[in-house]
Design a protein around this ligand. Structure first.
Ligand SMILES: NC(=O)C1=CN([C@@H]2O[C@H](COP(=O)(O)OP(=O)(O)OC[C@H]3O[C@@H](n4cnc5c(N)ncnc54)[C@H](O)[C@@H]3O)[C@@H](O)[C@H]2O)C=CC1
Ligand SMILES: O=C(CO)COP(=O)(O)O
Length: 320
């Protein structure tokens, strides 16, 4: 199958490598022409060091070859998705668009699949999400992810087309649950990093993950998600992975916040904008989301780590 991928960062490139090695023809669009030349000449992408890009993967900075593909995976940061869709709405109409980004859009308060549905109403929207580091996918290590598509027949087609010998896809029609699980776990990963960075210990991290999960569920269920989706790969699975691995950029950002060390702010850390979106959504809906609120305040410098911890620990005692 011929598959287009928008976004030549770590994840888009890793998915391209895995799908190309499985026999698909892949076209990868990068907005940066220099990156395209580099990938053509070296068959490597510095975002994914040590991985050789297969010959059945082509690259361009022009959009036309991407739009020649009927199925396009979109792997650009979540906050850049609306502008990409709006700028290309005509070319994307009629396509199957699989969002591979994780976040809640700060302007619209929607997750990636919903943003696609709103901005390109005559495309088919799906979501690929779940616990998977780009480096693992590119190296062919086993991963299990969620393919969410409201149209179950199309979802089944995508599930087959995008599964490989190392990537096992599970299917759901609950796109809301899949997009919210993937977005919210990044906020919890920042919180977990803060706890470890501030030397609060592993027990504190376990408490954060465990209390963070019902917080994720509260918002997701209020917005129409199914509980099973949150308990699956795209929610609980990705929460566990991201809160416990320093391969995660969200977690590493939290570590830096907690320990007061520097962090390269050009890194893609989706949980920062998502925490702000969640804080606003939770206020509007009257939902208690204390961990997300504290993370949003911390990332904006509205509170410090000691005050943030005190805020969480001094909440009234209640039933579990
Ligand atoms: N890296 C990983 O392990 C995983 C990443 N993801 C998700 O994939 C999405 C992309 O992340 P990564 O590829 O890891 O980030 P990255 O930082 O490696 O790459 C982001 C890419 O997007 C491009 N980009 C940025 N703004 C753009 C715009 N306005 N238009 C077009 N391209 C633009 C950049 O040039 C860069 O190549 C994020 O939502 C992330 O949560 C999901 C699962 C795993
Ligand atoms: O989503 C991911 C793993 O499933 C990647 O996490 P980070 O974006 O925090 O690196």
């Amino acid at each position: 199958m011929k598959i287009g991928i928008a976004g030549a960062g770590a994840f888009g490139t890793a998915l391209g490598v895995a799908l190309a090695l499985d026999g698909n023809t892949i076209h990868l669009w990068a907005r940066d022409a220099e990156r395209v030349t580099q990938m053509q000449e070296t068959r490597e992408n510095p975002k994914l060091p040590g991985v050789t890009l297969p010959q059945n993967m082509t690259f361009s900075a022009a959009l036309e070859p991407l739009f020649a593909c009927d199925t396009i995976l979109i792997a650009i940061p979540a906050q850049t998705l609306p502008a990409f869709l709006t700028a290309n709405v005509e070319a994307l109409t009629g396509k199957t668009l699989v969002a591979c980004c994780k976040g809640i859009d700060l302007q619209r308060m929607t997750g990636p699949a919903s943003t696609i549905r709103d901005l390109v109403p005559h495309a088919q929207a799906a979501m690929l999400t779940g616990p998977s580091f780009a480096a693992d996918i590119a190296r062919g290590l086993p991963t299990a992810l969620t393919l969410a598509c409201a149209d179950d027949a199309l979802g089944a087609m995508l599930q087959t087309a995008l599964s490989t010998t190392s990537i096992r896809l599970y299917r759901t029609t609950d796109t809301i649950g899949a997009e919210l699980g993937g977005a919210l776990k990044n906020v919890m990963a920042i919180a977990s990093g803060v706890a470890i960075g501030a030397k609060l210990g592993e027990s504190a991290r376990a408490a954060l993950i465990t209390r963070g999960f019902p917080e994720m569920q509260r918002l997701a269920l209020a917005l129409g998600a199914q509980p099973d989706t949150l308990a699956g790969l795209s929610g609980f699975g990705d929460l566990v992975l991201t809160c416990t691995s320093d391969q995660s950029r969200n977690y590493r950002y939290g570590l830096a916040l907690g320990s007061g060390t520097d962090f390269d702010l050009t890194t893609t850390v989706e949980g920062v904008a998502t925490a702000r979106a969640v804080r606003q959504l939770a206020q509007e809906l009257g939902i208690d989301m204390p961990i997300c609120a504290v993370v949003a305040d911390l990332t904006e410098g509205k509170t410090d780590v000691a005050t943030a911890l005190n805020t969480l620990l001094s909440r009234p005692l209640k039933e579990e």
